[in-house]
Design a protein around this ligand. Sequence first.
Ligand code: WT7
Length: 655
Amino acid sequence: MSHEALENLLKEDRVFEPSLEFAAEANAQPEIYAEADADRLAFWAKQARLLHWDQDFTQVLDWSDAPFAQWFADGRLNVAYNCVDRHVESGHGDQIAIRFEGEPGDQRNITYSELLAEVSQAANALIELGITAGDRVAIYLPMIPEAIVAMLACARIGAAHSVVFAGFSAEALRSRIEDASAVLVITADGQNRRGSVMPLKPAVDEAADTSPTVRNVLVVKRTGQEVEWNTDRDIWWDDIVARQEPVHVPESFPAEHPLFILYTSGTTGKPKGILHTSGGYLTQVAYTHRVAHDLKPDTDVFWCTADIGWVTGHSYIVYGPLANRATQVIYEGTPDTPDQARWWDIIERHKVTILYTAPTAIRTFMKWGDEFPQSKDLSSLRLLGSVGEPINPEAWMWYRDVIGGNACPIIDTWWQTETGGMMISPLPGITGTKPGSAMRALPGISIAVVDEEGRPVGNGGGGYLVLTEPWPGMLRGIWGDPERYKETYWSRFPGWYFAGDGAKLDTDGALWLLGRVDDVMNVSGHRISTTEVESALVSHPQVAEAAVVGAADETTGQGIVAFVILRGGITQPGGDGSALIQELRQHVAKEIGPIAKPRQIMIVPELPKTRSGKIMRRLLRDVAEHRDLGDSTTLADPNVMNLIGAKMETAPPED
Ligand code: WT7
């Protein structure tokens, strides 16, 4: 579509209504909103009872100790049983659960019966290793079936998993192991990335060597590369799992039994361990996957392109889809291996019907060119989803046009690690959609957009997004830090959950997300705190001070831009400075992980600070985004911005 055509379309404020065919067959029908409004708790109880409970619950929500919630508290269930066994018991054991595709092209189909056998074996192996209910198990694995099996095996025996994205550094892994006192790490020898074999185990060795709580490291053989071996600690997955009985009787756990911890960045340097529990979480992810993704278990092929290292992988690869008996595609590698048509090739060959991905990916594909998707048959697709960051109208239209062939509804789904599952999204058979808008809260979810004082802004207004009622999938706390939980989410607007996002309601009441309003960046849909990157930079011996901002980036949403003061009053590093800048970028990658590498690093003589010493990131963002400087009258030294601005003109961006 030409730019002009797009402009015209958006000017009309066009609403894309669902087709009559889609609407007629949709899992969610229009009455659902009224039903949820009429009795929210009864509505959630009904969703919960679509799961299998070993013991039914008598109370839906206990909010007496707010903001600490209990949902379905006296009910008992086993999450893994709900995701696997019950589908086998209902006669669907031969249905394929996972259609795995490795980056090199190897394929593996796993039926629900096979998944049950593997999860049972893995659960038995964990028991042999002395893991008991309540223990924490760290999982540092690539996108291979064993990652899902490992998570379900933990859930089955009541151990909480803490999945750490395999792109994170040894140090990031170590600090997460330590915070949760994990007793076991499950990893692989390596992973396939962009046509080559990348090691994983060395990072685990480095982390485990300095983690006294870790008793064992369980290693999946994926690449077959050489690894260091500590015979007191390391065990091959194949050696211990394969010889177990493929039968394990699932135990039932209380609904509030911990299911997992997942670390995410906050506004301080220390990641928060977000705690999720069993019954409420599973209820919400299964419900949202049913009504928003509209899964039809007998006919759909679902593909969520996220990594299990992020919450999207937890909720919409593992728990939601498997609870709903989905058949889904899992892909190990990068989208440009062996060429830039890989995703479209996967969709064609597996006949994917529902695709769930991130705006960053969509914008990357737009840049690569239409010829790649157009070279494949994408006509199996019937629904498209987006998650992780605001989707710009242009990317939305391209997604609809080029990927969806103008025939698929798009759901733009807003949620967070903390919310567990989707909160704001159109329902594909009901809600007309505007390109770039997440539209409205899902049935059962209550939100508001409020001003500084917490007053709802009403249609046409902008402000802060808050969640005004508890929801089943909500985080139950921050691991080991109840005060931080209250302070971070519940103190800004007492009684309401403050999400940290800005939002506006248009004159029709449709909701538009405007990005974070705190010091959290969103880079390719991944949450990174400015403070974390600053701490990584100042841990380098040559850095005296650092300030980091997220600057608008055409592809990644935001890019990380760092302003750095060097030690010893050096304002120009030796030579052209690029060697040191590269070294600093590598240093951040080593401290946190490659995703946190700054896009650009500026060596500056000073940082803009208020008289009380607080860095004025707003001004740095203006510089990084090449805007005229906003109000700088509160600066301790108003001349600083001239110095920094001048630097910015001359310095080339890093690749
Ligand atoms: C933050 C949460 C949700 C799973 C992946 C990210 C941003 C998420 C949207 C969306 C605009 C979005 C928000 C949110 N975000 N989805 N559809 N439109 N922004 O999870 O790492 O916990 O990040 O991602 O800023 O607060 P997360």
